[in-house]
Design a protein around this ligand. Structure first.
Ligand SMILES: [Zn+2]
Length: 110
């Protein structure tokens, strides 16, 4: 089924959408980014797994559209910046580990 049709069906059924990509939670699994104690923002798992593609301004804009309190929106913004930074750090670390293991393999072959 086309994404647009699935999103349309989702909105008819009253499901909210991912603030980042706009896809309906009717057909997409969701994950949560915690921005303060006990308060979390749900985004779809696909966006959650690709923090590089998170558009913070777009997400904030979506939250204002949903009539979120500006204090919470700012808190989400801060949490998202941290989330992106941490994931970039993780990606770099994983890359370095991969490079090291490739070197080790090369050493074994010589
Ligand atoms: Zn999404």
């Amino acid at each position: 089924m086309f994404k647009q049709i699935k999103n349309w069906l989702g909105s008819v059924k009253g499901f909210v959408t991912c603030p980042n990509c706009g896809d309906s939670y009717w057909w997409k699994p969701t994950s949560i980014i915690w921005y303060s104690s006990g308060r979390g923002l749900s985004i779809c798992t696909e966006c959650y797994n690709n923090p590089v593609n998170l558009n913070i301004n777009q997400i904030k804009h979506s939250l204002y559209k949903y009539h979120w309190d500006w204090k919470n929106v700012e808190a989400v913004g801060t949490a998202l910046i941290k989330f992106k930074e941490e994931s970039e750090h993780e990606t770099k670390k994983n890359k370095q580990e991969k490079e090291v293991s490739t070197d080790q393999k090369n050493n074994l072959q010589h």
